[in-house]
Design a protein. Structure first.
Length: 142
């Protein structure tokens, strides 16, 4: 699941999805991401720090609440592929992405409990390497 208003930078993800290498969903704003998180379970969430309707860091706890609810709510429980060891963070599978590296942002992302801090451009191979062989990553226009 990619939450970013700038979908033009994810062409390699779209190509990988077209070849069946990953599952892909995309949300261009926080509100769409929260709605989708209530209905859909993804192993990896890539959340931009810069969203039109809310700061990505402010979205993190709201999104984490929805994502973690899928673990205990039988209505949300479904087929899930785990990220395994990435789940050491409080919000397993939710990564914060930034336009450029900032130590302050990295510290903020990790302090907020994200699974990691990534800098654009994010490589498809990196996301696939973080997940098991059959993992699903999301990207769907909203």
């Amino acid at each position: 699941m990619i939450v970013d208003a700038r979908c033009d930078r994810y062409a390699p993800f779209v190509t990988a999805a077209m070849h069946g290498e990953i599952g892909l969903h995309f949300c261009c704003d926080a509100q769409s991401a929260l709605k989708l998180a209530r209905r859909f379970r993804a192993d990896v969430w890539l959340v931009s720090t810069e969203l039109a309707d809310i700061d990505g860091f402010d979205l993190l706890p709201l999104l984490a609440e929805q994502v973690s609810q899928g673990e205990v709510d039988p209505l949300l429980a479904g087929h899930r592929r785990s990220l395994g060891c990435v789940g050491q963070a409080r919000h397993a599978g939710i990564f914060v992405m930034s336009e450029e590296y900032s130590i302050e942002e990295e510290q903020r992302a990790l302090a907020a409990g994200s699974a990691g801090y990534l800098v654009q451009p994010v490589a498809t191979e990196l996301v696939v390497a973080l997940s098991p062989q059959e993992a699903v990553v999301g990207y769907a226009p909203s």
